[in-house]
Design a protein around this ligand. Structure first.
Ligand SMILES: Cc1ncc(COP(=O)(O)O)c(C=O)c1O
Length: 393
C-alpha cells in the first residue's frame, strides 16, 4: 500500500495569520508578579450591580436553562429597542433589527462575516482595539489601518479615511468612544464619514461599547442615526463595560433587516444563542435602574481627572484629556525610547504595568495605554512609581 505523505501543518494558515495580542505579554507579566500595579487590563473593577446578579440567579431557578431563540429572547430585544430609542435616538424593529450576541466581540465577527467577502478591504482605526485586525482576517478580509491622530483629539477624520480608500474597500470599522485612546469621533467628522460611506457604498461597523462612559456632559452620537446610514450600519453594543458585566458575555448588534437576517443565520452556526440566564441578567440591566451606571461613570471621571493631571505634571509626559472610555493614552515620545521599551522600563523600575501603544497598531508608537478602571489608591501608587522611574532616567 502506498504511503501518502502529508506534510501540511496541523494548523490552518488563516489561524496563523492572526497575531497574538500585544496586551497579552504585559498582562502575563502582571499576573506573574502580583506586587506590580496593573493598569493593563481593559475592564471595570466594579462588581456587576446586585439586582442584575439576582435576576440571573432567579432566571436559573425559573428554568432559563434551555436554548433561547437565535436572535435572543424577545423581552430582551424589546428592552434593547426601547433603550436604542431613548438613548441613541434610533427606532428599531425588535423582531428584525437586533441580535443578542456573545459580547460585542461575537457581534463584530458576525457583522463582518455577514457583510464582507474574501479579499474585501476593511478600514480599521490605528491605533485601535487589538482584536479588529484578527477579526477582519478571520472573516477573510484585509485590514487596512486608518491613522487616528492626536492632532485631531483621536477622532477619526474623513480625510484620513479618504486617503485609505481603494477600489476594494468594502467596510469601515469605527470605534467611539475609543479604546485605546479614550477619544470620541467629533460630530462633524462623523457626518463626513457618513457622506463618504454613502458615496462609496461602504458598510459601517460601529463599535460603541463605551457609549455610556463619556464625560463632561457629552452624549454618544451613533452614526446609524445620520441620514441614509441606518441600513448600511451595524451598531455594536455591549453590557460588558456599561454594567461591569465583562464575564457575562452579552452584547448586541443593531442593524438593518438584511444584515440582521444573515447574522441570525450565522449565529446558529457559531453559538446557537447567548447563555439564557445571562440574557435575563442583561434584561435586568437594560430595563432596571440606571443610577449604578451613573455612579460608576462618576468614579471613572474622578480617576480620569486625577490621572491625567498627575501624568501631565511628570516631566516629559504629555497626556490629552480622554473624552470617553477608561483609558489614558499619554505621549511618551520625548524619552526617545520605543513604547515597548518604555513600558518594560516602567514595569521594571516603577512597578507599573501599562500597554505599549504599538500593541494597538504602528501609529500607537510613542504612546502608552493606561487603564484607570482601578481603585484610586492603586492609581496614586502607579503615579508614584512612574514618577520614580522617570526621575531615575
Ligand atoms: C473597543 C472594544 N470593543 C469591543 C470589546 C469587547 O467587548 P465585549 O466584552 O462586549 O465582547 C472591547 C473590550 O475591551 C473593546 O475595548
Amino acid at each position: 500500500m502506498a504511503i501518502i505523505s502529508n506534510r501540511r501543518s496541523v494548523v490552518a494558515q488563516r489561524a496563523q495569520r492572526v497575531a497574538w495580542s500585544g496586551i497579552r505579554k504585559m498582562f502575563e507579566r502582571a499576573l506573574a508578579d502580583p506586587s506590580l500595579i496593573n493598569l493593563s487590563v481593559g475592564e471595570p473593577d466594579f462588581p456587576t450591580p446586585s439586582h442584575i446578579v439576582k435576576a440571573a440567579k432567579n432566571a436559573l431557578d425559573e428554568g432559563y436553562t434551555r436554548y433561547s431563540p437565535g436572535l435572543g429572547y424577545a423581552t430582551l430585544r424589546e428592552a434593547i429597542a426601547l433603550k436604542m430609542e431613548r438613548k441613541n435616538g434610533l427606532r428599531i424593529d425588535p423582531a428584525r433589527e437586533v441580535i443578542v450576541t456573545a459580547g460585542a466581540m461575537e457581534g463584530i465577527v458576525l457583522a463582518l462575516l455577514a457583510t464582507i467577502d474574501p479579499g474585501d478591504e476593511v478600514l480599521i482605526p490605528d491605533p485601535g482595539y487589538t482584536n479588529y485586525e484578527g477579526q477582519v482576517i478571520l472573516a477573510g478580509g484585509v485590514p487596512v489601518p486608518v491613522p487616528v491622530s492626536e492632532r485631531h483629539g483621536f477622532s477619526m477624520a474623513p480625510d484620513d479615511v479618504q486617503a485609505a480608500l481603494s477600489p476594494r474597500t468594502r467596510a469601515l470599522l469605527l470605534n467611539t468612544p475609543a479604546n485605546p485612546t479614550g477619544g470620541t469621533i467629533q460630530p462633524t467628522h462623523l457626518e463626513g464619514l457618513a457622506d463618504l460611506c454613502q458615496d462609496r457604498g461602504l458598510v459601517v461597523i460601529s463599535d460603541e461599547v463605551y457609549e455610556a462612559i463619556i464625560y463632561d456632559g457629552a452624549r454618544n452620537l451613533s452614526i446609524a442615526t445620520l441620514p441614509g446610514m441606518r441600513d448600511r450600519t451595524a451598531t455594536v453594543m455591549s453590557c460588558s463595560k456599561t454594567y461591569a458585566m465583562t464575564g457575562w458575555r452579552v452584547g448586541y448588534v443593531v442593524a438593518g433587516v438584511e444584515i440582521t437576517a444573515q447574522m441570525q443565520k450565522l449565529q446558529e452556526n457559531v453559538v446557537s444563542c447567548v447563555n439564557s440566564a445571562a440574557q435575563m441578567g442583561a434584561l435586568a440591566a437594560l430595563g432596571g435602574p440606571q443610577d449604578c451606571v451613573q455612579e460608576m461613570v462618576a468614579e471613572y471621571d474622578r480617576r480620569r481627572k486625577f490621572l491625567v493631571s498627575a501624568l501631565n505634571a511628570i516631566n516629559g509626559i504629555r497626556c490629552p484629556m480622554p473624552s470617553g472610555a477608561f483609558y489614558a493614552f499619554p505621549n511618551i515620545g520625548s524619552f526617545g525610547r520605543s513604547s515597548e521599551e518604555f513600558a518594560r522600563y516602567l514595569a521594571d523600575n516603577g512597578g507599573v504595568v501599562t500597554v505599549p501603544g504599538t500593541a494597538f497598531g504602528k501609529r500607537g508608537e510613542g504612546h502608552l495605554r493606561l487603564c484607570y478602571a482601578v481603585s484610586m489608591p492603586h492609581l496614586e501608587q502607579a503615579i508614584e512609581g512612574i514618577h520614580r522611574a522617570v526621575k531615575a532616567l
